[in-house]
Design a protein around this ligand. Structure first.
Ligand code: A2P
Length: 317
């Protein structure tokens, strides 16, 4: 499998396993099966509520000799209530304890959205801190400290716009290595990808298959179902691959890393194999023509009456 190179020579397998929405009870088997079949990259986050179970699977895989720690790429993310320089290291240490690891390969700021430290799920304006009250710069200093302490090899962000990335690049002593964002044929992120790729920032695609297992509160009645797209199905049929595989291959071929979530062993295998499919220029163009600028994860959930965040100021659109 292709690997993306980082500035410090770390190499990240371009396709990994997503674990958002993988319930405790399912994710243990998913991680064990995935690593046994050849996955070497797992994407985690404290807020997914399943890092302890992933940690159990990882420690067994390492202790049984299925894989060595240094052969794995493990990412996790700082939750919104741990922004601020002094909160980063304790949050990261908790994640490391849960994952039963000494270090991460990549640690990301999950959202450019800050909560008060004692709030895990913000529901009202008072639960939030604006980015003026809690600037990203302070949080980034904590992220840089984590690299210096050897708790993570690389640092980056998630859900950052070009505008926010530019501001971060100006103040960063250690530059962000990667921006993880929603990306798929209906939301292709062309200008963000261009900015990142010309500034040595890798892009990682979340919800590459449209995350149809999102909680109902994050879904809309009229939303198009990516995996049911008839145009993609036609191209996939001709090729003898699945719609999911075609989408993943298309993302990988743009030099973008991708983390499809599955808890099903045959779909895990399908997704892993997709990294080896090479599409023709015509197929790439045909999929590029399907862009609808349609987000599934729209950040509306951070909008509360009189609160500091709106979809417009989160995405800078
Ligand atoms: P499951 O976990 O049962 O396999 P995303 O990665 O965009 O968040 O999408 C995850 C959703 O897509 C889950 O519902 C997952 O179900 C499903 N999924 C994952 N891989 C495939 C595949 N190869 N074909 C069809 N559905 C898939």
């Amino acid at each position: 499998m292709e690997k993306l190179k980082f500035r410090n020579k770390s190499e990240m397998p371009i396709l990994g396993l997503g674990t958002w929405k993988s319930a405790p009870g399912e994710v243990y088997n998913a991680v064990k099966t995935a690593v046994e079949m050849g996955y070497r990259h797992i994407d985690c986050a404290a807020i997914y509520g399943n890092e302890k179970e992933i940690g159990k699977a990882l420690s067994e895989l390492i202790n049984e000799g299925t894989v060595k720690r240094e052969e794995l790429w493990i990412t996790s993310k700082l939750w919104n209530n741990n922004h601020g320089k002094d909160n980063v290291i304790p949050a990261l240490k908790q994640t490391l304890t849960d994952l039963q690891l000494d270090y991460l390969d990549l640690y990301l700021i999950h959202w450019p959205v800050a909560f008060k430290h004692n709030v895990v799920n913000a529901t009202k304006a008072e639960d939030y801190l604006s980015l003026e009250e809690q600037p990203i710069e302070g949080t980034w200093r904590g992220m840089e400290e984590a690299v210096k302490l050897g708790l993570t090899k690389n640092i980056g962000v998630s859900n950052f716009s070009v505008k926010k990335l530019k501001s971060l690049m100006e103040i960063a002593e250690i530059k962000p290595e990667l921006n993880q964002v929603e990306l798929h044929p209906y939301f292709q992120q062309n200008s963000l990808t261009e900015y990142c790729q010309s500034n040595n920032i890798h892009v990682m695609a979340y919800s590459p298959l449209g995350s149809s297992d999102r909680p109902v509160g994050l879904k809309k009645d009229d939303e198009p179902v990516l995996l049911e797209d008839t145009n993609i199905a036609l191209i996939a049929d001709k090729r003898g691959v699945s719609v999911a595989q075609l989408i993943l291959a298309w993302i990988v071929q743009r030099g973008i890393s991708v983390i499809p979530k599955s808890v099903n062993s045959s779909r895990l295998k399908q997704n892993l194999d997709a990294a080896e499919i090479h599409l023709s220029d015509t197929e790439i163009r045909d999929i590029a023509a399907l862009n609808r600028n349609r987000r599934y994860v729209d950040a509306k959930f951070w909008e509360v009456p009189s609160g500091p965040y709106t979809t417009a100021n989160v995405w800078d659109e």
